[in-house]
Design a protein around this ligand. Structure first.
Ligand SMILES: [Zn+2]
Length: 506
């Protein structure tokens, strides 16, 4: 009994405090600086959902998250911001001050001295998955990558630049490699004659084997129309006097050898199909293997496909944080879980990189997908930036031109969510767009930083709706692939059989 009385007393006390409490109000952390150096200022605040709000006398929309905001044009010095909140019949006014320091507008951090390239001469051997960079650039995604190399490849180092070594690929080609990606080598790099080359069908992929006496550096890219994979092998002199083609090949039409420079042998691999399903280049002993994945068996059906899904960030890396505190890592995983449900229902096997809230490096994520031998991959993120007061919308990204159509088709369907088009971005130097082993695309679903986008992301139905649109995009892509192979879709088969029925009836 005593307990019940205590409880009732406590409840009465709580009700009383609630009644006398002020209307909930706080400034969004991202916009809570009191001194700013730009005249354009976003006053972004948060109250309880359902309240009404005005900023400096003008009513603004309060989103379902409780967030609201207005763009203000500040005068130099002190600027008073007055927020009026309405809750039922109650009205309260909150005030804060923003100091606009226009004298600091042109303050820029002093430029850092550029590191200098120092000449050096020694040999280094690659570790597994060493990244080759075109140049010395460093942005938040790292320098633009030429590609990745297998381990045990010896190259001449001719210089050092900050944390990069300049390496010689051939007489006229060089690249940069992270210092951490190589070990010193007692061997030296040399130009070698190639041996025989053969192509065979290995059930799930076509394999090209180039016999070499030592492991040489290589770089590759895919050309479209006709779909052709070009592999440059540096330090190789053509001594392969024939290309043996074994049993029936599924993906490779032919391989042509071209000595494009005295020490660069180019393998031009013409595909039979319009759509590539990716390729993997690695060494077995000193033999270079290029494996080209066959198309999934049940096209245009998703059934039987192995699809990789990546939820961006995780653990100590929350990604972007919305004005009301929604974390990107959580939203990304929700979308990925919904996508997993839909794809599994359609008969796909789904491989997820991050299954819960944990830290995971890009290398770990790529290893999970490579080890699982997936057919295709989506990385799911949500963006940040721009104005918080307008819908910012959706965008997709690819690195290799061969993945452009996949990214474009997914974007087309994401736009059915009736959100702005933030664009299709190519040559995107994002680590998970780098693998050539399987088609892949990055989806930046919406903007965490935009109040209307945030409202949409906070809606429990949205992750499912986004997952459905990504699936629609994938299905349309698979449909295009199937049509290019002359496979009729189930829908078309139905139409055709109905036509046949009509004919029969006639
Ligand atoms: Zn992100």
């Amino acid at each position: 009994m005593l307990r019940i009385h205590t409880f009732l007393a406590l409840a009465a006390l709580l009700a009383a405090t609630t009644l006398s409490a002020e209307i909930s109000f706080r400034r969004a952390p991202q916009y809570s600086r009191d001194t700013v150096t730009s005249s354009r200022y976003y006053a972004v605040c948060i109250t309880d959902p359902g309240n009404l709000a005005a900023i400096n006398g003008e009513q603004v929309r309060v989103y379902k998250t409780g967030a609201f905001g207005r763009e203000l044009n500040l005068q130099p010095g002190d600027n008073r911001v007055e927020v009026t909140l309405f809750q039922g019949t109650r009205v309260e006014t909150k005030e804060f001050n923003i100091y606009y320091d226009n004298t600091r507008r042109f303050d820029r951090p002093a430029p850092q001295p550029e590191p200098e390239l120092e000449e050096l001469l020694f040999y280094a051997e690659t570790k597994e998955n060493a990244a080759l960079q075109y140049g010395t650039g460093t942005d938040r995604l790292g320098g633009s990558k030429m590609g990745y190399l297998d381990s045990g490849i010896v190259m001449k180092v001719t210089g050092v630049y900050a944390n990069l070594f300049k390496v010689q690929l051939s007489e006229n080609r060089y690249a940069y490699i992270q210092r951490d990606d190589v070990n010193f080598s007692s061997k030296s790099a040399r130009c070698v004659n190639t041996n025989n080359i053969g192509i065979s069908n290995q059930v799930d992929f076509d394999r090209i084997r180039l016999s070499l006496p030592v492991r040489l550096p290589y770089a590759s890219h895919t050309e479209l129309d006709p779909t052709t994979i070009v592999v440059d092998v540096f330090g190789a002199m053509n001594n392969s006097n024939w290309v043996t083609q074994y049993n029936d090949l599924e993906m490779v039409d032919y391989v042509d050898l071209r000595q494009v420079e005295s020490d660069v042998l180019q393998l031009v691999i013409k595909l039979k199909e319009k759509y590539s399903w990716g390729y993997r280049i690695y060494y077995e002993g000193s033999n270079l293997l290029i494996e080209l994945r066959h198309a999934p068996k049940n096209l245009p059906s998703i059934k039987g496909m192995k699809i990789g899904l990546d939820a961006g960030h995780g653990g100590s890396a929350p990604g972007a944080i919305s004005p009301t505190g929604l974390e990107e890592k959580t939203v990304n995983l929700k979308i990925v879980r919904e996508l997993q449900k839909i794809l599994e229902k359609k008969g796909a096997t789904v491989v997820i990189s991050r299954t819960d809230d944990r830290d995971m490096s890009m290398t770990e994520r790529k290893k999970i997908f490579r080890d699982a031998d997936i057919d295709l991959m989506f990385s799911v993120h949500n963006n940040a930036g721009g104005s918080p007061l307008v819908p910012m919308g959706t965008s997709t990204y690819y690195k290799h031109i061969v993945n452009r159509e996949l990214a474009a088709t997914v974007l087309k369907h994401m736009l059915e969510l009736d959100v702005p088009n933030f664009g299709l971005t190519g040559n995107f130097n994002f680590s998970l767009n780098a693998p050539t082993e399987y088609p892949n695309a990055l989806v930046e679903c919406l903007f965490m930083s935009s109040l209307p986008d945030e409202e949409m992301l906070a809606d429990p139905e949205t992750p499912k709706r986004i997952a459905e649109k990504i699936t629609d995009g994938l299905e349309e892509y698979l449909q295009k692939v199937a049509e290019s192979k002359g496979i009729k879709s189930d829908k078309k088969k139905d139409k055709d059989s109905k036509k046949d029925d009509k004919k029969k009836k006639k």
